[in-house]
Write a protein that binds this ligand. Structure first.
Ligand SMILES: [Zn+2]
Length: 387
């Protein structure tokens, strides 16, 4: 990243120069972008070498250093921080942009969801040639992917491929970004009560343990990553790869090579306990983590250091009820914030001071760990030290 930073100081157009001659996919959204980028890079590698920023360095300095390090490659799949998407589109002239989801994140500094959707929408409207792969289940994403000109019959509509990867979290999309009326939901359908905005029919969907492509063909997707959320991420990756001409038949086997992603989902055995690490940074990703975690003793760890955001009031946006009936342990700098939340939510818990204490407090078998950003890094460092 430092190399990228220095490079951009010397040549502000360096990212554009490094992008020239490559077919590029950008992947953005509040959640799931690191994992989806890894899966999409694996899928596109069916065609040739792929440059990618697989360790979450998702701002222009990270893109610059990832492309420089990879040397010349015909393809690049880049994870992009949602705040930087417009800027990175300008610099890299991507072939395809994937829009995963938008939800509240880091309350003290992130942009409001509707504002972010507006930024995406303007950026994409300036580049009608870009192929868009977008989540039909997220009203904010659908609105961002459909530029205002779509209502004008004289202008060709943008090329959008819709996927359905589900959306557990609805609390940032009850109000229509187009007209301000209420959005209603029934089953997987949603529609605005005041204007034509509604869920488009998705071409790529998730069914059982597999993915249906636009022709209706079903592919079993065997992943080493847990949860239905990741099957959804796989569907997105296959849709992105298809924009480069990769057939699902060739891409699917490559998805199962992806094991852990920057330490996420990694499993470590410690004193007879199989510890699995799940990262959860905001309310939507906590819901997804509950879906991925097995019914097993679960350690929750919360910090509020700079990379996490300093405001923990979002804990009250998460319904922790799915944890009832499991042995729940809490730790981290802000364990007491979590304690108050769990108490109000009627989830019994036990406070532990250290990760070691947590391991000793649970019976041999699986221990699920769900932690936010720096809490996750702390526990990872601890596990690395011993193993
Ligand atoms: Zn509306």
């Amino acid at each position: 990243m430092i190399g990228g930073w220095i490079g951009l100081k010397i040549d502000p157009d360096l990212l554009a120069h490094l992008s020239a001659g490559r077919a590029i996919a950008l992947i953005s959204g509040t959640n799931g972008k690191t994992t989806t980028t890894r899966l999409a890079a694996a899928a596109v590698s069916a065609l040739g070498r792929v440059a990618t920023n697989s360790f979450g360095a998702n701002m222009p300095t990270g893109h610059t250093s990832a492309l420089a390090k990879a040397g010349s490659t015909p393809y690049a799949v880049l994870e992009v921080d949602e705040h930087y998407l417009a800027q990175v589109i300008e610099a890299t002239e991507p072939h395809v942009v994937a829009l995963l989801n938008l939800s509240r994140d880091q309350l003290d500094r992130a942009k409001e969801v509707a504002m972010m959707a507006q930024l995406w929408r303007s950026a994409l409207a300036r580049h009608p040639d870009i192929r868009i792969v977008a989540n039909a289940d997220d009203p904010m994403v659908v609105w961002a992917a459909t530029p205002p000109a779509a209502h004008d019959q004289r202008i060709a509509p943008p090329h959008v491929t819709w996927f359905s990867a589900g959306q557990r979290w609805h609390d940032d999309s009850w109000v229509c970004p187009e007209c301000g009326a209420t959005i209603q939901r029934s089953g997987e359908q949603w529609w605005c009560t005041g204007c034509p905005l509604r869920r488009p029919d998705p071409q790529w969907t998730v069914d059982d343990e597999g993915v249906l492509d636009p022709t209706g063909a079903w592919y079993k997707v065997k992943l080493q990553l847990p949860g239905k959320v990741n099957v959804g991420n796989a569907a997105t990756a296959l849709a992105v790869a298809a924009e480069f001409g990769v057939r699902p038949f060739d891409a699917v086997p490559r998805l199962s090579d992806v094991t852990s992603v920057a330490g996420r989902y990694a499993q470590v055995v410690r004193d007879g306990r199989t510890v699995r690490l799940l990262l959860a940074k905001n309310p939507a990703s906590w819901l997804e983590a509950f879906d991925m975690a097995d019914e097993a003793p679960t350690l929750l760890s919360i910090n509020a250091r700079d990379p996490d955001g300093l405001d923990t009031s979002w804990l009250f946006d998460v319904d922790f009820a799915p944890l009832r009936g499991r042995q729940v342990l809490i730790t981290g700098d802000r364990a007491y914030d979590l304690a108050v939340r769990l108490d109000v939510n009627d989830v019994p818990f036990q406070h532990v001071r250290t990760f070691d204490e947590a391991v000793r407090a649970v019976p041999p078998g699986r221990l699920e760990v769900i932690a936010n950003y720096t809490a996750f890094q702390d526990i990872r460092a601890e596990l690395d030290r011993v193993n």
